[in-house]
Design a protein around this ligand. Sequence first.
Ligand SMILES: [Zn+2]
Length: 245
Amino acid sequence: MDDFKSVYCKGCWQQMKVPIFIRGPISFPFRLMGIRPSRMHPNLCTICESMFTKVKKNKQIEIQATVMFADLRGYTRLSEHADPANIARLLDKFYDECAPAIWKRDGIINKMIGDAVLSIFNFPLERHNHVHQAVMAGIEIQRKCRDMQSEFSAISGVDTPVKIGIGIHTGTASIGEFGTAYKDFTIIGSVVNKASRIQGAAQNGEILISDDAYSSIKGDYPHLEPRAYNLKGIDQPIIAYTVPL
Ligand SMILES: [Zn+2]
């Protein structure tokens, strides 16, 4: 499962052509300087997290990206019935299973918002087919979740099924350092809001993608049926598609 992990930071290499070693004996001097693999992606380093905006000579940059929200459903119900320590272990397990599906495809995990994972594809590691990569990650997450129900029940100690809803959208977003107290990079813009709303409309076990995302992967799935959704905070009904697992 760890075979996608590289010995050097792929972000520093892509952006600056500098080899920063983050694994193996050669990484030792870098570790002494406090450079470690990023929590957002094991093939990125802590320099990438803080320096990329400076590399681009801007505080904030516009990027083409695909945003995926994967939300753990039934969490409230679960937390009413299960022991808090078991819930924490379940969340860890969920994260451990989702993360490699995203990392393998060069997506980063930007943050956890409540019980949803916000991931970004095509930044800072570029992939021309980033929508496809995001959809493949979503499919892997849904399949894993389906296969792991009994394991999830064993961890939580209750029989409530664990389901995931996934929403994917693509477009232009802003990325940068926002906030003054906690300097960390994050992604903002209507792409993020819309991806989040679409995730909210996705049923348990479903991957719902926007029409923009669909137009990028139509070659793989030529016959998906468009459905109209009225989403909270978005005036016009939006068209979205369910990707088969
Ligand atoms: Zn780096």
